[in-house]
Design a protein around this ligand. Sequence first.
Ligand SMILES: [Mg+2]
Length: 314
Amino acid sequence: MIYPDSAPRVLVIDDSPDIHKLLDVRLRGEGLALLHATDPVVGLRLAREAPPDLILLDMDMANTNGLSVCRALKEDLTTAAVPVIFLSAIAGIYDKVAGFDAGAVDYIVKPFDPAELRARVRAALRTKRYQDMLALRALLDAVTGLRNRTYFEARLTDELAAVRRYARNVCLIMVDLDHFKAVNDTYGHPFGDRVLQRVGGVIEGTLRTTDAPCRYGGEEFALLLPETDHAQGLLTAERVRAAIAATGIDRGNEVVHVTASLGLASTDTFADPTRLSAATLVQASDAAMYRAKRQGRNRVVADDGDLPAPAAAS
Ligand SMILES: [Mg+2]
């Protein structure tokens, strides 16, 4: 999880309450949100619930060796990327090596010099921020700045898991620009990219912040709308269609207009949404989108699911 605008969250796991108080004082003014655990089990739970940006981990705790806590963090996918700095009273070379081998990025010997502590914490957070940026960029589409296909597929899987577990709805809208090949052929690919950027921006501006607009590929966008049923999805799809059709893209002395065909499928129109696969939902919305193309483009068509009357399903 990435919290770009909030204070970096630093979790301190140390069995000595005095160390917590000392770190509170020493790191004051660094703009950090400190979280505290004197029990390693509690520390591990906190880290898993909401992975922090950095963990300061005591090497020598009453019942637990810090090394095993570090290994547990590194073996868990949700916490594996969180950098760990060991705090230890032992300055021996073997202990340091064991700390790094357990997956830590740094090792600070108690009693620590305040300036050195702060510099090491800043350095670890700097690296973490770059890693977060790269991880985020790997899920972004370079042309539109929307989420990419990789993100879409992972998110759809997550949303369908929520449908199964919490009986939620999710709606998928496929958006395909009409006659986009002609845009590229007439005006060139750089202008085609500008059209995709503008349409991506228009789509994003029309949706809620909790929705996930993604570039599916080529001139196709996939919009994931969590907790949205068939009727709400239809309203949103129509808003998106109208917003795209109303957008003019400036090209020097002329304004180019594009339209889109939209296909919608929502889990609440299926008799058993808990058995619905990602592929089925994608196919259903894609087929509806192609029906919109055949019916004349610049329109919304919804998949009927497998229930007789979709409106009665909710
Ligand atoms: Mg200790």
